[in-house]
Design a protein around this ligand. Sequence first.
Ligand code: PLP
Length: 477
Amino acid sequence: MKSKNYHMTPAQFREEGKKIIDWIADYYENIEEYPVLSQVKPGEIKDSLPISAPQKSESIDEMIRDLNEKIMPGITHWQSPNFFAYFNSNTSFPSILGDLVSSGLGVQGMIWATSPAATEVETRVLDWLAEMMDMPESFKSTSTGGGVIQDTASTAALTALIAARERATKFQSNNKGLEEKLVAYISTQTHSSVEKGVKIAGIGKDNLRLIDVDENFAMRPDLLEKQIQKDKKDGLHPFFVCGTVGTTSSTAIDPIKAIGEICKQENCWYHIDAASFGTAMICPEFRHFINGVELADSYSFNPHKWMFTNFDCNVFWVANRDELINTFSILPEYLRNKATETGEVFDYRDWHIQLGRRFRSLKLWFVIRHYGVEGLRHHIREHIKLAQDFKNWVAESKDFEVVVEPLLNLISFRHIAGDDFNIRLMNTINETGKIYFTHTKLNGQVVLRMNIGQTHIEEKHVKVAWNIIQETAKKLV
Ligand SMILES: *Cc1c(COP(=O)(O)O)cnc(C)c1O
């Protein structure tokens, strides 16, 4: 006799799954009716859920009802075309479908043997991307390097820092004397995740140097060089430099080549963080921003920001994979297998911090195949054109000014009435839920940021947003 079980059958999954696909499609059809920024108070969502878990099985219909009633009020709609905040965290239907297949297969691709496709699709798709973006040959798996998908740009930077530390200490982590002398260099505008990585990697804040920037907020290579020489004179050991393509506050692009040349000369690991702007490198007309990238030891960008691929998906390329593998490889008995021992395969667990890994390349594979290189270029160019339109409107208005000339799709601007007014303007608009945008500070001044890169954005959304900003400002002065 079969014992009772609680599992969903394939037939039930087929039926319930269709409801969920319909629910997602309905969501996108009605997405503009929700307030973009969630309006709930802290604790409100938690209080709407029972204190204890259900003892008895509940139905998908009940869950869908609660999704609508209890969860949706607590959602900030990142996929709304009226979302202009931070940098995007885009998805797209092909990405959702690819991720669904990955969930369906449920493989754990820690080593090649645990699902060869999970490794080999990833290798091939990241080689495609390297070619699409005209990256140096060394980043390809067919050469000395290769790519691996990490969860985030933060983890990519940490991975680079650890590999750099190991290279500097000759891959002997008991080299304590030297470890204390290692110094890392970033700019005052570098993303906070690199500083966090420096902390986690045990380098310590005292051994992190923040190099000053020029009037465009890009790192000054002359000051980098000077600081490195000073540190060497003081008996320290410079080992890591991070350059950024598109800083978070100001979207500055560091002088990639000049920094790279210093790194080569001083034997520092050169990591490039192109988290958001990296996607634009598929358009040949923007590729010049990263001239000199062939000097990098590692490079990372987030398809989960601008490339229509849902979180999490960070692409991390290295020029010399042996350095990465020498850093992260440990082979316990229970993972020994023939394929690994022949050395003919990649075991991606040796390319990052964690052991287990999802089949994340599937969603990227779906996205690139759905759009084609042509489609991806089309949409990125559209976004940049809309951003330039917005910038022109700001430049023409007498009440607002452009603070940083936008290189790609992020506009930094402000109302001339001062810091408090700009904050009040932004909060007033965000509370209406019609659009959502954020701010930063540059040179001590409040600056409003409009990031134009949402998957489904069209010209009308940008026009309406500018109208709302202008009209609200008139009412508030
Ligand atoms: C967004 C961003 C990051 C952090 O990205 P995560 O993937 O969330 O870690 C790092 N650097 C830059 C330049 C960014 O824009």
